[in-house]
Design a binder for this molecule. Structure first.
Ligand code: GAP
Length: 534
């Protein structure tokens, strides 16, 4: 598995993703999509939209406003309960999610070093002494606020190795004698024992509409796109005349004042969601839920994500959101471990009922068959556009050795790749080659996003395109345009990114050949035109 630093560095170097406001030192949790990033993320969103809206006759789209009436958030339950427990360190001022504190400690620099020391020979001999030495030495740098007082007493360290799950117990013991600390744990940053008691922190980002910052003008940036769909249920129903079951899909920004954003674009305070609210007859909800779980899992596979990097995880009863009857997450094996990519929840009739109650407007459906009004149940496949893009990038990243040199290649599915074709002249000093290549590029551009590049030797140009996932390079050479020795053959070379195989084809039918290649028919094209190696 590639580590995240490599992805972050490739993204910056090749213009996929930049740190927001970088020239001012950067804003930690915000990221900007550069020239290739915006193409790539747009492709993720477009494919999602095509597959879930255009290719289905039981789905319509919506694009609701980000700011909504503040009552929406009372009705949805977000104002009362959309919060995470947070804890802060009195010594270094860092904040953490209290429910993720064990993970944060486990992954912290000081803990990893402490852990390593505990497995070493000194600790095997005399653990108490080894810990004291560590605190005076390495620990002073890595965890300057480690509660040393706890070691001056006669604490018996209860175990030998940090891999033992009881090691957390040891940490608790170590931190216990200091004044106030959350669950007896230590600060993942500085090792201090002074973590505040956990308190709920709202994830809602407030904003004020209008020039006067009064309570009356206060609203929130939506924390999920879903509510825009629920409040428009009746509008869409009347306008589209859809019958149950049917869905409303939406892609848009959402905002959450996350306590610990991080892991690149995985968790940010501003992000994009791709959500479906699928309305079904009560009683059919469990079947539909399972169908959507299967459908959404298959979607990631369809665009080339490796199956071994995907899994389903059922939510335990005690972690279900206040509105959910059952939720299954699709998880991806990100560089930091298995984490949520998409959640698929059965939201029951909770939201429509709540909005009916708070707005006074009935949000119901008239069932022709039973001649009765029903409140539909809702199945919600809710994906993150940024998270999906990150997972596709991580999954596509490969390092290979080609003739003794490292080749970095993004094996992105053709439909996801930001650039589809690069047109490259073999010799940039030959006017005829350059002119032909530029014209070819302009023609291809009418159908696919193609670029012309002559800023390096052909080998380097290929590698550059490999690194950004361009599926096909088209090369124009001397034979294409003729020279003193031979007449023009009017053929170009097409190179496949993943296999580096090449075929030489006539320029005239290039568009129809490209059509075949974009449909994944390299083998068929190669059979007709023959393969030559890079
Ligand atoms: N309407 C349901 C809902 O919002 P969620 O599990 O909180 O459910 C759905 O969010 C998806 O949105 C997640 O699976 C993830 O892909 C994305 N997402 C949530 N919070 C995010 C954040 N802080 N940064 C990036 N993506 C996020």
């Amino acid at each position: 598995m590639v580590d995240m630093d490599k992805i972050v560095s490739l993204c910056k170097r090749r213009g996929f993703i930049f740190q927001s406001s970088e020239i001012y030192g950067g804003l930690g949790s915000a990221w900007d999509y550069g020239p290739l990033g915006v193409e790539f993320k747009n492709n993720v969103k477009r494919l999602w939209w095509r597959d879930n809206v255009h290719l289905r006759d039981d789905m319509v789209g919506l694009d609701a406003a980000i700011t909504m009436h503040p009552k929406v958030w009372e009705a949805s339950g977000h104002l009362a309960s959309f919060s995470d427990p947070f804890t802060g360190c009195a010594d270094c001022g860092r904040h953490y999610r209290a429910d993720q504190i064990i993970d944060a400690i486990w992954n912290s620099r000081w803990f990893r070093a402490f852990n390593k020391m505990l497995e070493g020979p000194a600790a095997k001999k005399d653990i108490q002494k080894a810990v004291e030495n560590w605190i005076q030495g390495e620990g002073k740098k890595l965890a300057p606020n480690f509660p040393q007082s706890t070691l001056s007493g006669n604490i018996r360290l209860p175990l030998e190795g940090a891999n033992d799950p009881r090691f957390i117990e040891l940490l608790r013991v170590l931190a216990h004698s200091s004044n106030s600390n959350v669950m007896g744990f230590l600060c993942p940053n500085c090792g201090s024992g002074k973590l505040s008691d956990p308190k709920p922190a709202s994830l809602m980002l407030e904003t004020f509409l209008g020039p006067v910052q009064e309570t009356a003008t206060k609203t929130y940036l939506r924390p999920e796109t879903a509510q825009g769909i629920f409040v428009n249920f009746d509008n869409v129903l009347q306008a589209s005349r859809k019958k149950l079951p049917f869905g409303i899909a939406q892609i848009g920004k959402a905002f959450r004042n996350e306590i610990t954003p991080g892991n690149f674009t995985f968790r940010t305070r501003e992000f994009e969601q791709m959500e479906i609210e699928f309305f079904v007859m009560p009683g059919t909800d469990e079947d539909w839920h399972q169908r959507w779980i299967d459908e959404r899992f298959a979607w990631y596979l369809k665009y080339g994500m490796r199956e071994e990097n995907l899994r389903l995880r059922e939510h335990e009863k005690d972690e279900l959101a206040h509105y959910a009857k059952r939720t299954a997450d699709i998880e991806y094996l990100f560089p930091m471990g298995w984490s949520e990519l998409e959640g698929i929840a059965n939201r029951t009739d909770f939201d429509l009922k709540q909005h009916s109650k708070f707005s006074g407007k009935a949000l119901e459906y008239f069932d022709e068959e039973s001649k009765q009004k029903v409140i539909p149940y809702v199945i919600e496949p809710s994906a993150g556009a940024d998270r999906a893009a990150l997972a596709f990038l991580v999954d596509a990243y490969h390092e290979e050795e080609v003739r003794g040199e490292k080749r970095v290649v993004l094996k992105l599915h053709r439909d996801l790749a930001p650039l589809k074709i690069a047109v490259l002249p073999l010799l940039k000093k030959n006017d005829r080659i350059v002119e032909t290549a530029k014209k070819l590029c302009a023609d291809l551009r009418k159908r696919w996003y193609a670029v012309y590049d002559d800023t390096a030797s052909i080998g380097r140009l290929y590698r550059r395109q490999d690194e950004v996932g361009t599926p096909f390079c088209v090369t124009v050479d001397v034979q294409t345009v003729s020279d003193d020795k031979s007449p023009a053959d009017e053929k170009v070379t097409i190179r496949d990114r993943d296999t580096m195989e090449q075929v030489r084809v006539s320029m005239a039918p290039l568009e129809s050949i490209m059509d075949e290649l974009m449909a994944g028919k390299w083998a068929e094209v190669a059979q007709v035109h023959g393969i030559k190696k890079d």
